[in-house]
Design a protein around this ligand. Structure first.
Ligand code: NAI
Length: 254
């Protein structure tokens, strides 16, 4: 990767985004960490060094996303890690909670691709974070599964639309990765064990497992790859997803 590349990592203050920001900086990119968490983004940018920056952004707010890309100007690499989930059975889930997940994980991803797509040029690369749940349904995760499946298809449409301008659009689909997002779920007895049993490689992922693949997809070594939704899960996509709700109910004694 050339030393002059300008990268933005949205959701870069935590977990997979932070690991990706560090990995891109190590490859010589100048990185902007953009996140809803202003203090977190500033602290992370400081940790990376003087040439790196922090910007506050809310991917659910189009004006905020537009302003982010106008402020950065030329950009070569965009990685969107903003996202969250939640659990609840469909028959009990408030519609507002369903909408909130769709708003961040799918509409937010659309807004990032829309505005990044106006600033990326020939040789540019965009990677979104979808999920194993884009292809594997999970009891109690209707909103997240729907949003991430939508994002997988959005990635393919965007790759078709931006390809003629030399811009590559890909996504990665992690299984369970240890981050602040998954800590509450992975600490429920039985969840991690059931995930690991349903992998070929016998472990959950690390943020670095994902960052390595994202850096590859953003690099010139991936110059013929676009519209790809890459499974990163230790082989879990060949088996079945844990029943998270069952383990939560067991914990609650129900
Ligand atoms: P995390 O919670 O550690 O980091 C997410 C970051 O996104 C946080 O810094 C948060 O402040 C930021 N963010 C949230 N909403 C935002 C918004 N509206 N605008 C801007 N920033 C916002 O989560 P993690 O685990 O690093 O996840 C990153 C991405 O990877 C998410 O899209 C998640 O759905 C996806 N993913 C994670 C998996 C895991 O096991 N950790 C598995 C599959 C997918």
């Amino acid at each position: 990767m050339s030393t002059s590349r300008i990268a933005v990592v949205i959701g870069g203050a935590s977990g997979i985004g932070w690991a990706t920001a560090k990995a891109l900086a190590a490859e010589g990119c100048t990185v902007t960490i953009a996140d809803l968490n202003t203090e977190g983004a500033q602290a992370r940018a400081k940790e990376l060094g003087d040439q790196h920056n922090a910007v506050t952004v809310d991917v659910t707010d189009e004006a905020s996303v537009q302003q982010l890309f106008e402020q950065i100007g030329r950009v070569d690499v965009v990685v969107n890690c903003a996202g969250f989930g939640g659990v609840g059975l469909i028959t009990e889930l408030p519609a507002d909670q369903f909408r909130a997940v769709i708003d961040t994980c799918l509409v937010g991803a659309f807004l990032v691709i829309k505005h990044a797509g106006q600033h990326l040029g020939e040789g540019g690369a965009l990677v979104s974070l979808t999920s194993l749940n884009a292809r594997q349904p999970a009891v109690g995760m209707s909103a997240y599964c729907s949003a991430k499946a939508g994002l997988a298809m959005l990635t393919e449409v965007a790759a078709l639309e931006l390809g003629p301008r030399g811009i590559r659009v890909n996504a990665v689909s992690p299984g369970f990765v240890h981050t602040p997002l998954t800590e509450p779920v992975l600490s429920v007895p039985g969840v991690l064990e059931e995930y690991v049993e349903n992998t070929a490689l016998g472990r959950a992922g690390t943020p670095e497992d994902i960052a390595d693949a994202v850096v590859f997809l953003c690099s010139s070594k991936a110059s013929w790859i676009t519209g790809e939704v890459l499974d990163l899960n230790g082989g879990a996509h060949m088996m079945r997803y844990p029943n998270v709700i069952k383990h939560v109910m067991n914990l609650a004694g129900q």
